[in-house]
Design a protein around this ligand. Structure first.
Ligand SMILES: NC(=O)c1ccc[n+]([C@@H]2O[C@H](COP(=O)([O-])OP(=O)(O)OC[C@H]3O[C@@H](n4cnc5c(N)ncnc54)[C@H](O)[C@@H]3O)[C@@H](O)[C@H]2O)c1
Length: 347
């Protein structure tokens, strides 16, 4: 059967899916609906069936999967309307604006026996796939700290992302991706507690910076920091283990794994600071340090659409499952609560 996709919200991401979904065999975009008439006209001009109303769009019998790619505040109502019309649904991230909305969406999919998933595409980021592979290999030894960061320098968030009523803010915009990455890698039951600080540095009404400290049940912790106004950027990832350190600078394979050759011993040359010497923080000698290239882990986003097609055809289990999305949302809600109360939230 394959996918005959209808897009609600023919903006930036709508166009992105238009380009990327058909890269997979038997996936076609056939229709679009938007509240902006110029977007509907544009859809018609490129051969799609463009609809001026949601009701007409949902009556399109060829559409068997609806993508909701609107601002966040209307994901729930549009996804539920589509599911109540018998359509399978992908919602863009963040799936909704509250855990109650997520539960309503999951209930609606179950009641209508339709598939429901979320576009958690950052599970297919190259940097993330490498981190996952290296952590799973055990090469770093006992991992005590995982640091996932994104530092930008552009300041204020733009458009509806700066507006709370549309679900703006950095926790919903990028936090949701990075929490999803951590939970998919470490397990949905891995988090013990959450402590979060937020700042509105350049965006007056929503947080454009957050710092998150997540204690894990295995004794390790995750530090996550995302900000749009950090003018000296630190690596995207640092993973600290008792056998080695992994770093990745950006969204690519640009990084390495550093370990120490214990068979080589060089003289410790203390570092002199203005107020005294330190041996503990003297750098390692060049011969002691071993730096290895990162593995070239494959990362192919077409797997996302192929999985959806096969799940709709009853041939595969969904990769992005509603119960996973729900757990991510529990963590997001704990982050908001912690930021508001200044307290650590137990999970
Ligand atoms: N997964 C990712 O990597 C990623 C990247 C960017 C954005 N997103 C998500 O995609 C969604 C859309 O973001 P965008 O950047 O494309 O926004 P956008 O502003 O470019 O596009 C949104 C479109 O939705 C339309 N719209 C608004 N309200 C509507 C309604 N009630 N019914 C129908 N259409 C409506 C607008 O007219 C616009 O064309 C957001 O949820 C965002 O968080 C995801």
């Amino acid at each position: 059967m394959g996918i005959r996709l209808g897009i609600i919200g023919f903006g930036y991401m709508g166009h992105w899916h238009l380009k990327n979904a058909p890269r997979v065999e038997n996936v076609k975009v056939v229709a679009a609906y938007d509240i902006d008439k110029t977007k509907v006209e544009e859809a018609r001009s490129i051969g799609l069936r463009g609809y001026d109303t949601l009701e007409e769009f949902l009556k399109d019998e060829e559409v068997n999967l609806v993508l909701v790619a609107t601002p966040n505040d209307v994901h729930c109502e549009l996804a539920c309307a589509a599911m109540n019309a018998g359509k399978n649904v992908i919602s863009e991230k963040p799936v909704a604006m509250s855990l109650a909305e997520v539960d309503k969406m999951i209930r609606t999919s179950e009641e209508n026996h339709v598939l429901f998933t979320v576009h958690q595409n950052r599970r297919w980021d190259k940097d993330y796939r490498i981190v996952r592979e290296v952590i799973e290999s055990g090469e770093l030894g006992r991992i005590y700290s995982i640091q996932s960061r994104l530092h930008g320098a552009r300041g204020a968030m733009f458009g509806w992302r700066a507006e709370p009523e549309h679900g703006g803010g950095m926790i919903y915009d990028w936090g949701v991706h990075f929490i999803d990455q951590i939970l998919w890698m470490l397990g949905y039951d891995s988090v013990k507690s959450v402590f979060c600080k937020t700042e509105k540095v350049k965006t007056p009404e929503v947080e454009d910076y957050f710092y998150l400290l997540m204690d894990l049940k295995n004794g390790a912790h995750v530090q996550m920091e995302i900000g749009t106004w950090v003018l000296k950027q630190l690596p995207r990832w640092m993973v600290l283990g008792d056998k080695g350190t992994l770093y990745i600078n950006d969204f690519t394979r640009n990084g390495g794994i550093i370990s120490v050759d214990e068979t080589v011993e060089e003289e410790v040359i203390p570092v002199m600071t203005t107020s005294g010497p330190t041996r503990t923080f003297a750098p390692r000698g060049k011969k002691e340090i071993v730096e290895k290239e990162l593995p070239d882990t494959p990362a192919d986003l077409t797997e996302y659409y192929a999985n959806l097609r096969d799940a709709i055809d009853g041939k595969a289990e969904l990769i992005v499952k509603p119960c996973q999305v729900r757990r991510v949302f529990e963590v997001l809600e704990a982050m908001f609560k912690s930021a508001e109360t200044g307290e650590q939230i137990k999970m």
